[in-house]
Structures are given as structure tokens and as C-alpha cells.
Design a binder for this molecule. Structure first.
Ligand SMILES: Nc1nc2c(c(=O)[nH]1)N[C@H]1C(S)=C(S)[C@@H](COP(=O)(O)OP(=O)(O)OC[C@H]3O[C@@H](n4cnc5c(=O)[nH]c(N)nc54)[C@H](O)[C@@H]3O)O[C@H]1N2
Ligand SMILES: Nc1nc2c(c(=O)[nH]1)N[C@H]1C(S)=C(S)[C@@H](COP(=O)(O)OP(=O)(O)OC[C@H]3O[C@@H](n4cnc5c(=O)[nH]c(N)nc54)[C@H](O)[C@@H]3O)O[C@H]1N2
Ligand code: SF4
Ligand SMILES: [Mo]
Length: 783
């Protein structure tokens, strides 16, 4: 199954550079020591790990017992398995140069020197001919190459990667926080003060392994946990109630709940008047908000200056006045203002909601009407936490409508700011915990990355200036839905470099494949310092770099040397580590040194770690008006100024193509993987290899039995994996854990079938269009 990576290693006759493969000598004295490093960031945990090294080899990995409290002393099976995985067959051992056609996976061994010289010569030519931003740098979450894009003046993928921003596109502009990723929530530690915790489109017990205990603590404290999920997920089975839902219909559920809250007047009128845009006025003709003037924007960032109370009008005692001057704000009414007839946002909401009855919502979602009404009542009563996700309906085309509808629920009920309330993606102790304000090694002010006018996902179809791609991580296959559609573009590029510790699918398309170190290897005593899991965490050398792997910083520095730019970089990782601590604006961080951190096993708690991190306790929303701004002028032309139901593009029940392709295919995360990472980890392969999970009732009469290899196909592509008949799966749907790449399936790549349609509306949204990976239908047939 691992033919690709191993094939490359075998074909090129690679050997171990430093001889660690040779049989160990039995010796009387055992050289044993411990060292600490932090682990993966993209599982959201970044556990600090205490590693035992025996005779130069990683022998044992344990949680770091110097983390501030027992709850932070965590590890999972992926961390434990690294004593095998870092030495595993998936590692790239030497630099490789392409000899076959792009994508053929045919390489020869080369040296770092030759590879770097040629790469830099080609970068120079490309930049001379087409400008600096003709080079694009992309990186995965584990990479440490932040200097690379500014150094080269190359464009990066920016924040607009089209991933994990579906819900945020709808939710974040209303709340003025969340960075477009719906990170608008307090810490999950806050749930102990909730009466109700709703999980929807998230599988917290699997995707937030190290903080999953918080769900049980909340339960013990009396919170009722409700999980809305098409499948009986790990989190659903630990909840007080599981509400099964038709995939991609969550926006309809939320709209139904909004209607019930409006009908039964379960809303908090004071909160709506004081802290939301519901009393603002909308021109009946243009459907745009009536403004006294345009909001001020920051001259540098063009972002609106938050909290300007003299922009919008409200109705006070029958006439329109500026928001800041009103004393008795009305939620309902029609007035003349600025030469037009205008109505309140609240009235427009009530009118638009008329078609979204709970009965309608029940028909769309498959959830009983009484359940929807009960949930709405319970949510409105509060204190309630509404946990949305990145992995469920976020990956369906209508995710922004769901995010927007969730914002309406919050605005009506005031379930935000107070203890036990909140909304957003709660997964990942690192993502939602405390972060210290760290300093940084400063590059010269004029050394900036180029602008990225076209997002990565649009590169294959929209005119752009990219000729060379340096990918530090599997940015091509793992991040690009419908990956085969991008092949022509990838073939047309002048240069592709893939730098990674592991041989990923993207490597197969590169001209040069370069071996990087993992978090356990370093060429100095200490590597990077960053925030993780409410601590400042430092990377210590655990073992020497394996094979010919080099650190990310070394790779960047060697490119810089050849461009005569290395003087702007830190000469050593230590120099950068010192700068990260000493240049922080926070004295608490300045008081730390690398030595002090090292004495404390490379961790230091964030200063307010004892407090639960909360958001907007003062209700100062960082929006133009300072309130929850629910009405989106920018989406008037799309009919989404307030959330309006829209079915999924492809995964609709009534899609006629479902006769041929009856299954909706959803990709989710698993505790056995971080995306495509650990596919190659032998110990984890013993527990899990990719399968497609289907409800047995859906394959009755097909002759397909549990474990049979099936072909999963649609018009875009196909792949083959064994089928797992699983009662937990909703009939009509199929589930696969994302990251099922070609070397680890029976044949083909999951990403060849996923939906890459971009909605036009996306280009008018905060984060741009998203990849609707799970808005995908397929047929499943015996292979
Ligand atoms: N079909 C489908 N596709 C999806 C999704 C889906 O639901 N369905 N989900 C999407 C989501 S949510 C996300 S976030 C993306 C994730 O996709 P990525 O952002 O690509 O995932 P990462 O885990 O950040 O990638 C890690 C990369 O870093 C490399 N790496 C591991 N350790 C180290 C290290 O120590 N140093 C360096 N330099 N590199 C290292 C790994 O080999 C890998 O290439 O995938 C998306 N793709
Ligand atoms: N172990 C591990 N943890 C991770 C990661 C990892 O790769 N491995 N990746 C991290 C990253 S980058 C991300 S993005 C997060 C994602 O973390 P989550 O947001 O928790 O996403 P998933 O774990 O994919 O879980 C999604 C859940 O939504 C359900 N679902 C699917 N479709 C629908 C729908 O239409 N409606 C509803 N209500 N539910 C639906 C699925 O059945 C599944 O149970 O996880 C992070 N944590
Ligand atoms: S994979 Fe994530 S949860 Fe597991 S040990 Fe590593 S950082 Fe911790
Ligand atoms: Mo993600």
C-alpha cells in the first residue's frame, strides 16, 4: 500500500546518511537523556512531549509533566507512535530530482548543493522575466518557513485558502471577530457554566482529543449536551441527545429555530436594542442599510474602524435618529430618513422568516418539528453554547448561510459574552486557549510578501502570474478539491519544489523534493518558540537530523545565501528564539529566557492561564457599529443580506443525479490521523487504513459484503478502498476520513472526486469562496 514513497526510496538506492540503521552494539553503559519538543499544531493540540533518547535513538515519548496543570499534560496515540513514525518508510531521505514527466513519480537522487543551486538559478530567471510574485510559497501548519515569502517577495496563499472558512464567512462579519474561521468562541472550559451545549457539524471527541474531557466535565456540572450530526459520531454517542440531520441542511434547522424564537417571543429585546443591528434602518427600495456617512476605515488595512455609533439610524419615539443619540430604541417601524422610506432590520427578518416555519425546517432536515421547537426554546433560555465546526456543514456550499443564521440566533437570544454562553469552533486546546503576545525576528520593513490577488484554488482557472511554486507541505492534493482538474495548471508551471519530512502526493508533482526534519530533530540545541495549548512552548533538539534532512530554517537560509540575502536572517535559531522573547511588548514574556524555558522542560504557562478565556464580556463588538451587525449590504445582490435558505449544490436529496450517484460523500477527521499525516505510520496502520463507511441497509441486495473493495466514483474521478458496513452512518450518505491519498488506498485518491465548485457569492464574502469538499455525490460499486 505504501508503494509510492517506498518505491522512490528503493528505486534511487538511498542509504542512511548517518548510519542509524546499522545494528545496535550491545554496550554496558546506556546513554540515556530526555528532551522536550512540542508536537503537531494542525490537530489543534500542540502537546509538549517529553522524549527519552537512548543511544541517540528516540525510545519513549510521554506528556510533559511541567505543563501548568495535569489537564495540559496530554498525548495521543499519534504522539506515542512517533518513536516508530519519525524513522518510518514515509520519510524523504535525500533530495530528489524529477527525471520523468510531472506526476509520474520518477526521481533520481541528488545533493542539497545541486538542488539548491539549480532552484535559485531558476527562481532568479523566473523573477527577472515575470516579477517577484511569479513565485508562490505555500506552507502547511507544521512548517517553519515564515521568512521565505517576504525574503523572495513571493506571493503566499495568504489567509484565503478556501478551507475552514465556510461558517466564518457567514458568522464573523456579524460578530467582528473570528478571523473568518469562526473562532468567535470562548474556551471549552466555559461549558461548565452552560445549561445547554449544542454541537453541530463538529466531532469534538475526535477532533479535539486532548480537551475532550471538558465535555465530560460540563456534563458532570449539569450541562445538557446535544449533538446534531447525520452520523452517530464519537461525540454523539457521548452526548445526552443525538439529533440526526440530513447533511447540508443545518441552515434550515437554524432558520426554523429563529422562526420559533420569533413566534414565541423568546428573544431578549434589551439585548437586541442595545447590542445588535436589528433596530437599524434599511432603505425599502435599494435594500441597503441607511447610513449617515460611510464608516471610517484604517488607511493601512482598509478595515473599518469599529464602534462608530454615528453611522446608522434607529427609530426613537417615531422618528429616525443616529444610533448614538437614541434613548428609547424601537425594534419595529417604518420611517422617512435621508430622503427614503426605511424599515428596521428586525421587521425585514420577521418578514423573511415567514416561509421558514418549523414544519418546513422539519421537512428539509428530517428532524421532527417538536424537536426543533424544543431545541429553540432550550437554546433561547440559556445560558447556551453553540459549537459549530470546520469539518461538517462548513464543507458544504451553503455553509455561510448556516454561519449567518447562527449569528441571528445569538443576536436574538444574547447567548454571548456571559459565562456559559458563546458561539464558534471550540475544537483544539491550542486554537481556543490563551496565547501570549510573542515578539519576532524582524526582517527589513520593505521585505514583504507579494500580494496574492488570486487564491490558490483559483489558480488553475483564473489568469495569474505564478510560474514557480515552493510548497512546504502537501498543498496541492490535500488542499485542492477535485485535484485532477488542476493537473493542466500544475503541468504548465516552470518550477515546483516540494519540501517536507514525508513523501506526500504533492511531492509526486515536484521537480525537486527536499527532505526536512520533523519536530524531534534539530541542528542546534533549541529551535522555535511559539504559543501552544495556553503555554509558551519551545522546541529542543531531541535527536540529530535523520538521513539528509535539514531544518526548515536551514533550507530558507541556504536559499537566501544564494540570493545574497542571508544577512537579514537570524544567523542561528537561537538568535531568533532570543528575539521572540526579548522583542515582545509583554514584560511577562521579556522576563523569560531560553535557559529559563529549558530549565522548565521547554514550557511556560500563559500569564492568565488560570482564567477561562472569554470573548466580548463588555459587548464591544469590533464591527462598524459596535453592535452585532447582522445585515450584510454586500450580499443584497445575492439575496443574502439576511440568511436565506439555499440547498447544497450537489448533495441535495432531490438532485436527479442521485439516481446514478446515490451517496453523499463526507470527509471528516479521525483520531488516527492529522489530515494526510500518519498515513504512513505503521503502528497506526494496524488500527486503521482508509475505508468508506456505509450503512448496511444501503447495500442490501448489492452483493457487497463488509470489507469488500469498492469503487467510489462520480463524473470527476474515482478511487478504491474497502467498504466498512457501519450502522452509525446515515442511510444515503457515505463517510471517509479525509487524507486518503493514493499510496494508502487500494487505488486512487479521495481528492479526485471532491467538489471544487466556487459560488459567485463567495467573492463578495469576507474570506472568498470555500471548497465544498463534502458537497459531493458518488456511486459505490464492487471493484
Ligand atoms: N476531501 C477533503 N479534503 C480536505 C478536507 C476535507 O474535509 N475533505 N479538509 C481540509 C482541511 S480542514 C484542512 S485544514 C486541510 C489540511 O491540509 P494541510 O494544510 O495540507 O494539512 P497539514 O496537516 O497542515 O499538512 C501538513 C504537512 O506538513 C508536513 N509535516 C509534518 N510534520 C512536519 C514538520 O515537522 N515540519 C514540516 N515542515 N512539515 C511537516 C506533512 O507531511 C504534510 O505535508 O485539508 C483540507 N482537505
Ligand atoms: N485527530 C485530529 N484532530 C483534528 C484534525 C485532524 O486532522 N485530526 N484536524 C484539525 C482541523 S484542521 C480541523 S478543520 C478540525 C475539524 O474538526 P471538526 O469541526 O470537529 O470536524 P470533524 O472532526 O471532521 O467532524 C465533523 C462532524 O460533522 C458531522 N457532519 C458531517 N456533515 C454534517 C452536516 O451536514 N451537518 C452536521 N450537523 N454535521 C455534519 C460529521 O459526521 C462529523 O461527526 O479538526 C482539527 N482536529
Ligand atoms: S497528535 Fe495532537 S493530540 Fe496527539 S500527541 Fe500530537 S499534538 Fe497531542
Ligand atoms: Mo482544517
Amino acid at each position: 500500500m505504501t508503494a509510492g514513497a517506498v518505491g522512490v526510496v528503493g528505486a534511487t538506492g538511498m542509504t542512511s546518511a548517518d548510519g542509524w540503521l546499522k545494528p545496535a552494539d550491545a554496550s554496558e553503559t546506556l546513554d540515556e537523556r530526555t528532551a522536550c519538543t512540542y508536537h503537531q499544531s494542525h490537530c489543534g493540540s500542540m502537546c509538549s512531549l517529553k522524549c527519552t533518547v537512548r543511544d541517540g535513538r528516540l525510545a519513549l515519548i510521554q506528556p510533559n509533566d511541567k505543563m501548568a496543570e495535569k489537564r495540559y499534560q496530554t498525548i495521543c496515540l499519534k504522539g506515542i507512535s512517533e518513536i516508530q513514525h519519525v524513522y518510518g518508510a514515509g520519510r524523504i531521505q535525500t533530495p530528489l530530482k524529477r527525471v520523468g514527466e510531472r506526476g509520474e513519480n520518477d526521481f533520481m537522487q541528488t545533493t542539497w548543493e545541486e538542488a539548491l543551486d539549480d532552484i535559485v538559478a531558476r527562481i532568479k530567471d523566473i523573477q527577472e522575466a515575470h516579477g517577484k510574485d511569479a513565485v508562490m510559497v505555500t506552507n502547511g501548519a507544521e512548517a517553519d518557513v515564515g521568512f521565505l515569502a517576504p525574503l523572495l517577495g513571493a506571493c503566499g496563499q495568504g489567509f484565503n485558502a478556501g478551507i475552514d472558512t465556510g461558517t466564518g464567512n457567514g458568522l464573523d462579519p456579524a460578530l467582528g471577530m473570528g478571523w473568518g474561521y469562526a473562532m468567535t468562541n470562548p474556551e471549552a472550559r466555559d461549558w461548565v457554566d452552560s445549561r445547554l451545549v449544542i454541537h453541530t457539524g463538529t466531532n469534538f471527541c475526535e477532533s479535539s482529543l486532548t480537551t475532550s474531557r471538558l465535555l465530560f466535565e460540563a456534563k458532570e456540572a449539569g450541562a445538557r449536551i446535544v449533538t446534531i450530526d447525520p452520523h452517530y459520531s464519537t461525540t454523539a454517542c457521548k452526548s445526552d441527545e443525538w439529533i440526526p440531520i440530513e447533511p447540508g441542511t443545518d441552515p434550515a434547522l437554524f432558520l426554523g429555530m429563529v422562526s420559533h424564537i420569533l413566534d414565541k417571543k423568546l428573544y431578549d429585546e434589551d439585548f437586541m436594542r442595545q447590542h445588535t443591528s436589528l433596530p437599524f434602518l434599511v432603505d425599502e427600495e435599494t435594500r441597503m442599510l441607511v447610513k449617515a456617512k460611510d464608516p471610517e476605515t484604517d488607511p493601512l488595512t482598509a478595515v473599518v474602524v469599529p464602534g462608530q455609533k454615528d453611522i446608522y439610524y434607529v427609530i426613537d419615539k417615531g422618528s429616525a435618529v443616529l444610533q448614538g443619540e437614541a434613548s428609547d430604541i424601537a425594534l419595529s417601524g417604518t420611517v422617512e430618513v435621508e430622503g427614503c422610506k426605511a424599515r428596521t432590520v428586525f421587521d425585514l427578518l420577521v418578514e423573511g422568516q415567514k416561509e421558514y416555519t418549523t414544519r418546513w425546517a422539519s421537512e428539509v432536515t428530517g428532524i421532527p418539528q417538536a424537536t426543533i421547537e424544543r431545541l429553540a426554546e432550550e437554546y433561547a433560555q440559556g445560558p447556551s453554547s453553540l459549537c459549530v465546526g470546520w469539518g461538517g456543514w462548513d464543507k458544504i456550499s451553503n455553509a455561510d448561510v448556516g454561519g449567518h443564521a447562527v449569528a441571528v440566533l445569538v443576536a436574538l437570544t444574547g447567548n454571548i459574552g456571559k459565562k456559559g454562553t458563546g458561539v464558534g469552533v471550540y475544537v483544539g486546546g491550542s486554537y481556543s486557549g490563551h496565547a501570549s503576545v510573542l515578539g519576532a525576528w524582524a526582517l527589513p520593513a520593505d521585505m514583504m510578501p507579494g500580494a496574492s490577488p488570486v487564491a490558490l484554488y483559483d489558480m488553475p482557472t483564473k489568469e495569474n502570474n505564478v510560474h514557480a511554486w515552493i510548497a512546504v507541505g502537501d498543498s496541492y492534493i490535500q488542499r485542492m478539491a477535485n485535484c485532477t482538474a488542476a493537473e493542466d495548471w500544475v503541468r504548465s508551471l516552470d518550477l515546483i519544489v516540494s519540501a517536507d519530512p514525508y513523501f506526500t502526493e504533492s511531492c509526486k508533482w515536484a521537480d525537486y523534493v527536499l527532505p526536512l526534519t520533523t519536530r524531534f530533530e534539530y541542528d542546534e540545541d533549541f529551535g522555535n518558540i511559539t504559543n501552544g495549548y495556553s503555554h509558551i512552548v519551545m522546541q529542543q533538539k531531541v535527536i540529530d537530523p535523520l538521513f539528509e534532512a535539514k531544518t526548515d530554517l536551514w533550507f530558507v537560509r541556504e536559499l537566501a545565501k544564494r540570493l545574497e540575502l542571508d544577512s537579514v536572517l537570524p544567523a542561528t535559531a537561537r538568535e531568533r528564539a532570543d528575539a521572540i522573547l526579548s522583542t515582545s511588548p509583554d514584560e511577562y514574556v521579556n522576563a523569560l529566557t531560553v535557559e529559563k524555558l529549558a530549565e522548565n522542560q521547554c514550557v511556560w504557562p500563559a500569564k492568565d492561564i488560570a482564567e477561562v478565556r472569554r470573548v466580548v464580556p463588555d459587548y464591544a463588538f469590533a464591527t462598524a457599529s459596535g453592535n452585532i451587525d447582522l445585515y450584510y449590504d454586500s450580499l443584497v445582490k445575492h439575496g443574502q443580506a439576511l440568511p436565506a435558505w439555499e440547498p447544497p449544490l450537489e448533495a441535495r436529496r432531490d438532485n436527479p443525479d442521485r439516481v446514478e450517484m446515490p451517496f453523499q460523500l463526507g470527509g471528516m477527521r479521525t483520531r488516527f490521523r492529522i489530515h494526510n499525516q500518519f498515513n504512513d505510520a505503521e503502528w497506526l496502520q494496524q488500527l486503521y487504513v482508509p475505508t468508506v463507511d456505509v450503512n448496511p441497509s444501503d447495500l442490501e441486495g448489492s452483493g457487497i459484503r463488509n470489507g469488500d473493495v469498492v469503487e467510489v466514483a462520480n463524473d470527476r474521478g474515482s478511487f478504491k478502498v474497502p467498504v466498512h458496513l457501519n450502522e452509525a452512518i446515515r442511510p444515503g450518505s457515505a463517510r471517509i476520513y479525509e487524507g486518503a491519498t493514493a499510496d494508502y488506498t487500494v487505488e486512487g485518491n479521495l481528492q479526485s472526486v471532491t467538489n471544487n465548485t466556487r459560488l459567485d457569492r463567495g467573492y463578495d464574502m469576507m474570506m472568498g469562496p470555500v471548497a465544498p469538499y463534502s458537497d459531493t455525490i458518488v456511486s459505490i460499486k464492487k471493484a
